[in-house]
Every structure is written in C-alpha cells, then in structure tokens.
Design a protein around this ligand. Structure first.
Ligand code: 3H9
Length: 647
C-alpha cells in the first residue's frame, strides 16, 4: 500500500510510502482523499500527522503521469479536502518537500520539520508551474517577496529558514513522528490557525512586481514557465485565492501539455538514468581518494578544479617548474574568481588550494588511485606519458586520457595492464561544463568503467558512455553540424542569417559566431596538415578567411568584423567578398528552414552513431548536446526533437 495509517491514541499517523521519492500518483491521491473522510468520521481520532517514509517527505507529483491526461482525483481537490478536514492535518517533514509535496504540506493546518528539511517548488525546471495551490498558499504564509523567489526562481528553503518565515511552525529533533504527535496533542489545546488559503496576503509595492518580472525573465533565459509562475502568483495576490487558484491551474494544464514541458521531462529522466547504467548495476566502483592530473593547461587545470571542488586531493604534474607555476596560478585564479563571486568563502578557497600538490616528474603520482592525462593532442606525446604512468603508478590505479580526437586504443598500446585504461573526455571549462564522455577501450575492466561513472556522480557531471569513433559522440555531431552550416553558406545563405536563426532557436550563439570565438585557424591547420599528407581536401570558405588573416575574434576579424576591444559580431562585406568564389548567389532562407536543416543533420548523425553502437540510446546523445554543446534545454536535444516532429 502506498499510504498507510497507524494510530497513536487520538492521533492518526498517515505515512506516504511510495519509493523511491514518495511521489504523489493517482493511487496516493485516491487513498489520501479516502483517508480524510475515514479519519473525519472516526470519533477516536482528533488530529492527523502526515509524513513520508524513508529519507524524505514527498519529492513531488509523479512526473511519469504528466505525459497522459490528468487522472482523477486531481491533487488540488485532495489538498482542498485536507485543508477543510474537521480533524486538523499536521505535516511532519524530513528531507525534501518538493513541488506537490510542499503543496500538500501547505494544505495542512500546521507544519513541523526537522533541520534537514528542504522546501522548494522546482516545477519550473520541468516547464510547468505548481498546479495545486503552491503559488497561492505560499505567499499567504511567507509573504510575496520570498514566495516569488521560491515559485519562480528556484529558491530552496532549509528547515531553519522555513521556521523563520513561518512556513514551519516548529523545528523538532528526531524521532520526527513522535515529536509531531506531541506537537499535535499540544496544538489541540489551543485555537487552530486559519487554513492558509483563508489568510490575508499583503499586496507589495507595484515596483516589486516590475523588479521581480525583470529578474525572473532574465534568469529564465527564454524558458516559458518562470514568468508564468510569477503571473499566477501575482494574479492570486491581486484577485483573491479562488481566482488565483483557477488561474494557476489553467496555466499548469496549458504548460503540462506543451512541447517544452515534454522536452524537459525527457531530460529529467535522462539525467537521472545517466549515472546508473543498467549493465553496471552490482559492479563495485574502486575507491578514489586521490587523483593526479597531467598537464597544467586550460583543460588540466579545469579538471583539477573540478576534482578539488568535489573534495578529492589532486597532484598536478607539469614538465618543468615554469609550466607548473603557470598551472598552479591558473588553478588558484579559478578559486579566487569563485571567492569574489561569493560562491566560495575565504577558507574554502584556501582549502581548495591546500589540497593541491604540484610536482615536476611522474614519481609524485605513485600513490594516486586515478590519473587523468590532459596534455597536448599528439599521439607520441600521450604515449610517452602513459609509458611513464605504467612505470610509476600502481597496477590497479585507473589511468585516463582526456583526448578529444585520438583513438584511445592507440594511446593505450604498450601500457601494462590496459584493463585499467579509459578515456575521460571533459569539456572546457572542465570545472563548469557538466558533460563527461566516458570512452572505454575493449580491454577496460567493468570495475574501471563503474569507477568512472561513480567519479562523474562525485563531480556532479552528467556521464555518457561513448564508443570509439572520430570525435566520439559530441565532436562528431559538431562536425556534421558545422558541415551543414557551411553547405547552407555555399548555397548562398549568409552567416548572419544562419547564426540569427540558431540564436532564435535558443543557442547562445550560432555556428559561425562560435567559430569566430574559438578561432578558425585550428581546423584550418588540421586541413592543411591533411593536405600535406596528400589527402584531397577541397578548399573551404574558412580557408579563404584564414589565409587573409581573419582567424576569428583573436585577430579582430573572422566570419564577422569586430570593433577594437569588442566581441560583438558585425556582418562583414570584406568576409563576403573573400568567400564569394566558393559561395552561390545570395539566397534568403527562413529561420525555421535553417533550424530544421541543421537539427535534421545533427539527428541524422546521431542516428548513424546509434546504428554503429557508439551511443547507447537517443537520450544519451541528447545529454551530450545539451550539456556539452549548448543545445537549448527547452527543446530536449536533437534526437528528442526529431522524433517528436518527424520531417
Ligand atoms: C509537481 O509536483 C507538480 C505539482 O505542482 C502539481 C501537480 C498537480 N516523479 O533524483 P534521484 C525518480 S512536479 C516520478 O536519483 P535523489 C527518478 O526518476 C514535481 N519519479 O534521487 C529516479 O528514478 P530511477 C516537482 C521521480 O535521492 C528516482 O526517483 N518535483 C520523481 O538523488 C530517484 O531520483 C520535482 O521536480 C517524481 N517527482 O533525489 C522533484 N522524482 O531510480 C524532482 C524523482 O528509476 N526530484 N523520481 O532513475 C528530485 O529533485 C529528486 O529526485 C529528489 C531525490 C530530490 C526528490
């Protein structure tokens, strides 16, 4: 049974027991509704304590139901019934009370919580707004200003803060249920407070709404739900609880049926499934109490920062003192920047650096349980690194390469115990970007693979396993994306039109702006090297630009012009003139057509990657694009999109 009842003299204890997160599904709603009637009719019962089994109160409404029509009884009706019960219901919260979980607690007459309680309305992350009175009851309990932060800006309140704000009537120690029963008996001796929906709410200064609207819109970055959560909340404050509840429900149902919400649900489940692949269940990860990073360049330093942020001591290796000093300074600058932004305290920033040992030479890595190589992308250089690691590291230490393009099987050739070798492809800046491509070679032991998934969890990354191919999953799709953009360019569509279309779709920048930012010269040099090896690589428009000295932002010109000191791309007549020999007559193409051509190309490459067994699922490919390549979350990823709207 998903909800059970015990009796403690005059108090009924109702426990929602629906593992893993006590999500409220139809069975839970039906049972709660029946229980209110049952307990109201029970003369021996004077009050009801409502709690959650296991580690938390309630993780929210059951998200798996959202792809289907609403099944009755709906949650607002259940909460209304709880609120109007003749026997008062008292929520006893430990762990998370999220979304519908918080809404149920708000429907109770009183609330007690342990210090570890967390209250939030994370619905906006799923493309919806609270649908059971969260935007209406919360401001009546804790005030408009903080309620906006919770409902529309993802603020989580801990137990202590919730108690300060009056959301929690009493903070209690464990055992929670015993303390809640005591509290209930006490509460029965006093007049009960009014149900939250009947309490007045103080309307704020008009300027507060305007400021909040601007803040919410800015932070939403094009997502639909946050401003709508604010709308619902404001409407209820200005027009009363009943009208507000109706408005909230209408917006909730509209958004619940939207493509954006479907996309965000798809990502929610993909992100939760990613760290726990089925075939690794039951395989124990190896301990990872210390790690080494080889290479103090941007990538190595970013990886070291990510490890330190997760509390793992790091040995950073460089080939000489000067390079080591540069690497350590860059690492310190990362923590210093976090300190300035107040995301780290002074002590935390210092502790991050105290956990770093810099060294020249490999001997310092002898005790490490994991070593990640992040040196120059050159097979001979990397092989030399692993020859040294084979010499100094313990045979059971996990040895990883951060290569983006080189076949890891070639890097591992000659390494003793290659079963401990693996590719760990981080994305720059590695302390920020959440994607981690995990690339086993045929010899990699399952324990080593499990260890890397475990590492990803520890680092807060989204791990995706990739088979071996040129560019793995992400860079291979990027290449196809760029090739398609170039094909459109050759068809006469301007870079500005293509970039604007992709920005309109939700990317932070379009493919040509991205190339200008990253620099056009690196891929030019790759093409030149291939040509020097005798490969037949036709001249590209990018080659023409680089030959004319236009290497992107770093040279002040690329696909676009840039005013001195500015990063704002300006359409360039000069670039158009230079590439003219390789592009067709100017042609207008609508933004939608541009977007679908590029997304179709990505999805087609993704399908090829699936067919070849390089990626395990379409969802994995979507995670790569969203977390490594800036694909707009609200569209769910190229595979999701192509399957929703077959072209
Ligand atoms: C809502 O409430 C709408 C209402 O306003 C209105 C309704 C009318 N439903 O994250 P984990 C699964 S919207 C179904 O690894 P943790 C998850 O997929 C909801 N399933 O655990 C995973 O499954 P599997 C608002 C859910 O301990 C398993 O549980 N609430 C739900 O690290 C474990 O998840 C939210 O948005 C759900 N609501 O963290 C909260 N939640 O094992 C979303 C989780 O098969 N949830 N699952 O892979 C969370 O933030 C975290 O799961 C939580 C636990 C903090 C609760």
């Amino acid at each position: 049974m998903s909800v059970h009842v015990t009796r403690r003299s005059a108090i009924a204890v109702v426990t929602i027991d629906n593992p893993p997160v006590n999500a409220i599904n139809m069975a839970v709603r039906t049972r709660l509704l029946a229980l209110v009637d049952e307990l109201d009719a029970d003369d021996h019962i004077r009050a009801v304590v409502l709690t959650g089994a296991g580690k938390l109160f309630v993780g929210g409404a059951d998200i798996t139901e959202f792809g289907r029509p609403v099944e009755m009884p709906a949650l607002p009706a259940v909460i209304e019934r709880i609120e109007n019960a003749t026997k008062p219901w008292i929520a006893a919260v430990h762990g998370a009370a999220l979304g519908g979980g918080l809404e149920v607690a708000l429907g109770c007459r009183l609330r007690v919580a342990t210090a570890d309680a967390r209250f939030a309305l994370p619905e906006i992350n799923l493309g919806i707004i609270p649908g059971s009175g969260g935007t209406q009851r919360l401001p009546r309990l804790i005030g408009v200003e903080t309620a906006i932060r919770v409902a529309a800006e993802n603020l989580t309140l801990d137990g202590a803060r919730a108690a300060e704000l009056g959301l929690v009537d009493r903070l209690v120690p464990e055992p929670l249920v015993d303390k809640a029963v005591e509290f209930a008996l006490e509460a029965l001796g006093r007049p009960l407070p009014a149900p939250v929906s009947r309490r007045p709410v103080a309307a704020p200064e008009p300027a507060l709404w305007e400021e909040a609207a601007q803040r919410v819109r800015r932070a939403a970055r094009g997502a639909s739900a946050p401003p709508r959560a604010l709308d619902a909340l404001r409407f209820g404050v200005e027009n009363g609880f009943e009208a507000g509840l109706a408005r909230e429900r209408a917006i909730f149902l509209e958004l619940r049926a939207s493509e954006e919400a479907a996309a965000l649900r798809h990502l929610f489940f993909a992100e939760r499934a990613a760290p726990r692949p089925h075939d690794l269940r039951g395989i124990a990860a190896l301990p990872l109490a210390s790690a080494g990073v080889i290479g103090g360049g941007t990538m190595g330093v970013g990886i070291a920062a990510a490890l330190r942020n997760a509390g793992i001591p790091v040995v950073l290796i460089e080939r000489d003192e000067q390079s080591l000093e540069r690497g350590l300074t860059a690492l310190k600058a990362i923590f210093e920047a976090a300190r300035k932004k107040a995301s780290l305290s002074d002590e935390e920033a210092e502790a991050r650096m105290r956990g770093v040992t810099g060294a020249v030479g490999y001997e310092a890595l002898a005790g490490c349980e994991l070593v990640i190589e992040a040196v120059f992308e050159d097979l001979a250089v990397k092989r030399d690194v692993f020859a040294n690691l084979g010499r100094v590291c313990r045979p059971e230490a996990v040895l990883a390469t951060n290569t983006s393009y080189i076949d890891p099987r070639q890097i591992a050739e000659g390494l003793p115990h290659p079963d401990r070798f693996i590719g760990l492809h981080f994305f720059s800046p590695a302390q920020v970007m959440r994607l981690l491509e995990i690339v086993p070679i045929p010899q990699t032991r399952p324990e080593v693979l499990a260890t890397c998934f475990d590492l990803a969890r520890t680092l807060g990354k989204v791990p995706v396993r990739s088979g071996i191919c040129d560019g793995f999953i992400g860079n291979r799709i990027l290449r196809r994306y760029r090739a398609e953009a170039e094909a459109m360019l050759r068809d006469g569509v301007t870079p500005a039109a293509i970039d604007a279309a992709m920005r309109g779709f939700g990317y932070a920048m379009g493919p040509f702006e991205m190339q200008d930012m990253a620099g056009l010269d690196i891929s030019f040099l790759h093409r030149e090297a291939a040509r020097a090896r005798g490969e037949a690589i036709p001249e590209t428009p990018g080659d023409l630009l680089v030959r004319a000295g236009r290497k992107g932002q770093k040279s002040g010109a690329g696909w676009y012009d840039y005013a001195p000191g500015s990063r704002t791309p300006l359409p360039s007549a000069e670039a158009a003139r230079l590439i003219a020999p390789l592009v067709g007559a100017p042609r207008e193409l609508g933004a939608d057509a541009i977007v679908s051509r590029l997304i179709d190309a990505m999805a087609a490459e993704g399908q090829a990657i699936l067919d070849e067994g390089i990626a395990g699922s379409p969802a994995d490919i979507d995670l790569v694009e969203v977390h490594g390549y800036g694909f707009p979350r609200k569209h769910g990823g190229p595979m999701f999109l192509s399957r929703r709207q077959p072209s």
